[in-house]
Design a protein around this ligand. Structure first.
Ligand SMILES: Cc1cc2nc3c(=O)[nH]c(=O)nc-3n(C[C@H](O)[C@H](O)[C@H](O)COP(=O)(O)OP(=O)(O)OC[C@H]3O[C@@H](n4cnc5c(N)ncnc54)[C@H](O)[C@@H]3O)c2cc1C
Length: 411
């Protein structure tokens, strides 16, 4: 039997995996990438260290994919996180597991992940073409190739792995959605996920650059009063609002971000209970009894927080520490345990780690990743309407769906 011709569009995480899997199943594969180098986005993952995957079981993985997690059962069972670790180590890339089961290359270099995949794809016999896919070629309801800027590629199967719309400088500019629409697919509206949060509260601007290393954070839905996110970790104030690891994670728990719907409630002293904090404040005020209250926070708070806290507290800056009342101390304590910042929106999709939305999952067969609308057309990676929390889950989506689409396309 003649080998099938497969064209893979996009040499990111999903495309590299799809191309190699198709080749391993006997297909003759051309991998089309618009950039000079493959895997540009992988290069910047995990702050240049690449959090390759999360070494967890399948159920935990699915729980960490809030958008259409169940759609991924077949793909993830075919290539589990454990398989992913074995895959990379088998290719000679030693990995290590860190806090929260996050897996990284032992070298701490994302470029090693890219080089490993690039060499593997080449060794599997895939051709890599530097070109930009512009149009899907369809005949009698089947995908028969891709018209690119420089050349037209004919194929028995086409796999679209163009990624999302975030960090466009890496090449992910949303082309996959255009190709999918051409085939009649529905694109679930795009929205940023794992993204910094904007706030109109001027305190953020005045505290820009301030990083809280150990803060508590709750995201509260002001309509229902429910807490949708509750964590402890690092965050940062910026000129537009808030960023940092904890804020990015929090963003993927926010669904309808209309202005004022959600508040970030920050616990500036999470290691202390209310009682302990009140005692601590009393001690600081006793030590500074003749000083202005504005000068008594040097040990307690980072410099940039002092003025915003004092303004919210409402006690005159020059009030002497020895005249602070019990009620004032209690109010200060409450303020420090629940410093509230109103959220006005997400930063633009271009600044998001992940694009949420994309090709509608009900139009893709989860057992093969083939389009239910067009024969011979497959999807893998971020272009599909699936997205996960941080911790290596998003790359796992790309590896697993890429692997499944590649294998299925070769039959
Ligand atoms: C800053 C940052 C850090 C991240 N860190 C992590 C992490 O540590 N762990 C994790 O799990 N996830 C991380 N992610 C998310 C992860 O990078 C993505 O989920 C993953 O890269 C998606 O893979 P993909 O192959 O679907 O898309 P991409 O990696 O975006 O690849 C798409 C490829 O398609 C190419 N392409 C697009 N259009 C065309 C066209 N018309 N013709 C030809 N080629 C085209 C692009 O140039 C690109 O190379 C991070 C994301 C960002 C932005």
């Amino acid at each position: 039997m003649e080998s099938k011709k497969v064209v893979v569009v996009g040499a990111g995480a999903a495309g590299l995996m799809a191309a190699s899997a198709a080749a391993m199943y006997g297909a003759s594969v051309t991998l089309i990438e618009k950039n000079k180098r493959v895997g540009r986005k992988i290069m910047i993952t995990g702050k240049g260290r690449c959090n390759v995957c999360n070494n967890c079981d399948v159920e935990t993985f699915i729980r960490n994919v809030p958008t259409n997690g169940k759609f991924l059962y077949s793909a993830i069972n075919k290539l589990t996180p454990e398989d992913t670790v074995a895959f990379f180590e088998g290719l000679g890339l030693p990995l290590k597991t860190e806090r929260g089961n996050r897996v990284f290359p032992q070298s701490d270099k994302a470029v090693d992940v890219v080089d490993t995949l690039y060499n593997y794809v080449k060794n599997c016999g895939c051709k890599i073409a530097e070109d930009t896919a512009e149009e899907l070629l369809l005949e009698n309801g089947e995908a028969v190739g891709v018209k690119c800027k420089n050349k037209t590629y004919y194929a028995d199967s086409v796999i679209i792995c163009c990624g999302g719309k975030s960090y466009p400088l890496t090449g992910s500019t949303g082309d996959g959605y255009i190709l999918a629409k051409q085939a009649g697919h529905t694109i679930v509206p795009l929205k940023p996920s794992l993204v910094p949060l904007e706030s109109k509260n001027l305190d953020c601007k005045s505290m820009q650059g301030l990083s809280l290393k150990n803060a508590g954070l709750k995201i509260v839905d002001t309509q229902s009063g429910k807490t949708v996110y509750d964590d402890f970790g690092e965050m940062l104030f910026t000129h537009f609002g808030m960023s940092g690891p904890m804020i990015l994670s929090a963003s993927s728990h926010i669904r309808d971000i209309s202005d004022g719907r959600y508040n970030a409630v920050i616990d500036i002293k999470p290691a202390l209970t209310h009682e302990q904090l009140e005692k601590r404040l009393q001690r600081d005020f006793d030590e500074n009894h003749n000083k202005d209250v504005s000068n008594s926070f040097t040990k307690l708070l980072p410099k940039k927080l002092v003025v915003p806290v004092l303004k919210r507290w409402g006690v005159p800056f020059d009030k002497k520490c020895n005249s602070i009342t019990k009620e004032e101390r209690r109010r200060l304590c409450e303020l420090l345990k629940a410093f509230t910042v109103e959220i006005s929106g997400f930063r633009p999709i271009e600044e998001a780690i992940i694009t949420s939305g994309g090709v509608k999952t009900s139009e893709i067969n989860p057992k093969t990743m083939e389009s239910r609308l067009v024969k011979g057309l497959f999807f893998a990676g971020e272009v599909i309407d699936c997205d996960a929390y941080t911790g290596g889950f998003n790359l796992q989506i790309a590896w697993s769906t890429g692997n499944l689409a590649g294998e299925s396309s070769a039959y």
